[in-house]
Design a protein around this ligand. Sequence first.
Ligand SMILES: Cc1cc2nc3c(=O)[nH]c(=O)nc-3n(C[C@H](O)[C@H](O)[C@H](O)COP(=O)(O)OP(=O)(O)OC[C@H]3O[C@@H](n4cnc5c(N)ncnc54)[C@H](O)[C@@H]3O)c2cc1C
Length: 490
Amino acid sequence: MQDTDTHNTATNSLEGMAGPIPQAPKGHSGGQQVIVIGAGISGLCSAWFLQQQGYDVLVLEASASVGGNLQTVQRDGCQFERGPNSFINNRQAMADLIKGAGLEEEIVLANAAAHRRYIGKHGKLIALPSKPLEAITSKILPWAGKLRVAKEPFVGQSAGEETIAQFATRRLGKDVFDWLIDPFISGIYAGDPSKLSIQAAAPKLFALEQQHGSLIKGAWAQIKARRAATGPKLDGAMMSFKLGLHQLMRTLADQLLNPVQLNTQVESVSYSQDYGYMVRSGDTIWQAEKLVMAVPAAQVARLIEDLPTPNEPQLMAAQKQLRSIEYPAVATISMAFEKGQIQHPLDGFGALIPSKENKQTLGVLFPSSIFPDRASANQHILTVFVGGGRGHQAMQLSADERLALVLDELHSYLGIDGQPLWSEESYWPAAIPQYTLGHLQKVAEIDQALAHLPGLYLRSNWRDGVALGDCVEQSQVLALQIVDEDVEDK
Ligand SMILES: Cc1cc2nc3c(=O)[nH]c(=O)nc-3n(C[C@H](O)[C@H](O)[C@H](O)COP(=O)(O)OP(=O)(O)OC[C@H]3O[C@@H](n4cnc5c(N)ncnc54)[C@H](O)[C@@H]3O)c2cc1C
């Protein structure tokens, strides 16, 4: 889970400190080439890719286990995820990581039926069309909405930064926004599309308009380019591992030559030309030439407090920008039912509930339909997402009240009879960072305020994209960037 910001309790800034390098911690050999703060997917992958390049890396992690948001639970013969459920095989960096870590044999592919996705409309679930022709007869969009889509190639571009809601409504019309884009954005960001920036939160969609003048023309161009491409292709399959996503995190941590230091909340960081980065947790201080902060934005704001700066107001402005990145609370509730308790066949990945349905529930996954062996043969598992940008009311309730609310809200969609055999809630007080209007400018200002510090790098889902693939890709990019910089310096 991610920490929310607490005010800076560090009192003994090390900047400007004279005298010998402080005592290395017991059992530790002294200075590292690189320290990584945070053992979520961004931090662990950065450390692993850097070690592959020959760097000596140490990871410091506040909590008692590695993985950050990736948490797999085994319970009563079932396996489920508290956070992310799966990833898509569409990034070379992820493929390199899995191969390099020797995890190819551990991959589990999603069942074919898991490609079907449902949308909730007027209390019923409607399957999303899987072929273009099905879209014409699908009941998700009214006829006026379908006709409006046909005008998309002729819509002009906008000059300024837009929200996802403005962009999608302008290009595709209100019906597509309400019944398709809104639920998908809830599914990715648990956020409010009328606040999120199209450029920052959906850069691929934005690029289609920029490069092709139209989403439809751009999508066709991409399909043609993919067909024409030669060489090995990533198959886009939905995947996990036999022991769930946490297996990836544990394997990477086990392969690091320096064991990850758990229960180690970094409280302050300082820098001097003589000693490099001095990183403090309690009475222990580590020293390194380079430092990667792979922690939530509010933690970065706190950790940069004591860094030297030629421009104090600029550093303070960067801290303010970091603290302004919203992370709405989300709860995920996993529960098991006897198969006979649910009327819907659950033959798909899950269902997204558009805001128009006026529910606090954002969506529900069908984990036991997605992957084999996640529950016993006569049981189903559901994982429900509630809260985020729209479910503020639900987040004020107790866990029992929230369970009652989601069971009530899901009744008409799934036909659930009775209470679950068991249920387990994971409450994420700061779930997913929201890339609201101005986010890219914010990130640029933060980078600018820290640009004078050699060997300091920021990674994490508040800047690199929130998908697991983004975090892995940017970790690999970072390792290669550091290698390039070191080659140039020699
Ligand atoms: C409920 C939920 C469902 C999601 N579903 C999906 C999905 O299906 N697909 C998908 O692609 N993505 C999904 N995501 C998003 C994805 O999980 C995240 O974007 C990604 O895991 C972020 O990884 P990270 O390493 O950047 O950050 P985190 O996972 O937050 O890791 C940061 C780590 O830093 C540690 N830390 C913080 N402060 C300090 C400190 N001062 N000192 C030391 N350590 C510190 C924390 O304990 C944590 O371990 C989901 C997220 C959530 C919350």
